[in-house]
Design a protein. Structure first.
Length: 265
């Protein structure tokens, strides 16, 4: 069994202990002071709300990972932190600032999809004695530990298909955003599982970065360009600050955008 990251492996016995005892996947994270205001997201479409909730989860995870690997952070991302960041992102989007319109409407900037927060990919041996329900199109298996993982983290299996002559594959999707690294790690220890891939893309791309400031958040919206397959060489940034639900534009900086990007995003 393998996972496409350099994480240490847990034993199956430890998995069952975690599941049935309610033991968390990681020790408590360092405390971060959080400012929370109610978000006014009614003007956003359901799709926009979902995108910003995913952004907020991913940004919270990045903050939590400054001193530890994602595998050492529990699967459930602290809701208070996610809500605070989500509220700040919504404040920028719903503000009447012209520069906010540039990042949210012209360039439609969101986080680069790293870390994984909602899915991973599994390859397993066809000889597994727990896969018959999957072959019948069910979202379950004959493996108690796998089923408990699906239930505990509200996961769904889809796109079950043949991988090669010896193996089948399926996607695992989270109905709510999670830190998928420790969940994928647990899957990687299951009997007959060959590979678990978090499906984090190679290269680089547009992104949002955030850091805590006194009373709120500093948010950087970033357009990246120039050879992004191997790591973008240039970046153009818009910086905002959000306090008490109010967004302020701070500055625009970085490399000059190509003309076609200025017009079309």
């Amino acid at each position: 069994m393998n996972i496409s990251t350099t994480y240490k492996y847990y034993t199956a016995a430890l998995i069952m202990f975690m599941i049935f005892s309610g033991f968390h996947l990681a020790s408590p994270v360092n405390e971060i002071s959080i400012s929370i205001c109610s978000s006014d997201d009614k003007t956003l479409s359901e799709y926009q709300q979902l995108k910003y909730k995913k952004d907020a989860t991913r940004l919270a995870l990045r903050l939590l990972s400054t001193e530890k690997d994602y595998i050492d952070i529990k699967a459930e991302v602290p809701n208070e932190m996610v809500t605070s960041i989500y509220t700040a992102l919504v404040a920028v989007h719903t503000s009447e600032l012209p520069k906010a319109a540039e990042v949210t409407e012209t360039h439609k900037l969101h986080t680069f999809p790293m870390p994984s927060i909602d899915h991973f990919f599994v390859i397993y041996e066809k000889t597994a004695n727990w896969c018959q329900p999957l072959r019948l199109g069910e979202n379950t298996t004959d493996n108690r530990a796998i089923n408990e993982l699906l239930k505990t983290y509200d996961l769904a299996i889809d796109q079950h298909m043949e991988w090669d002559e010896q193996h089948n594959s399926f996607n695992v999707r989270a109905r709510n955003s999670l830190n998928m690294a420790p969940v994928a790690q647990l899957f990687s220890t299951m009997e007959n599982v060959l590979l678990v891939d978090l499906l984090v893309p190679d290269g680089d791309g547009n992104d949002i970065e955030i850091k805590e400031i006194d009373g709120g958040w500093e948010i950087n919206y970033i357009v990246k360009f120039d050879t992004c397959i191997t790591g973008c060489k240039q970046r153009h940034v818009w910086t905002f600050e959000v306090r008490d639900g109010n967004a302020d534009f701070v500055k625009e900086w970085g490399d000059d955008l190509p003309n076609w990007m200025k017009k079309h995003g």
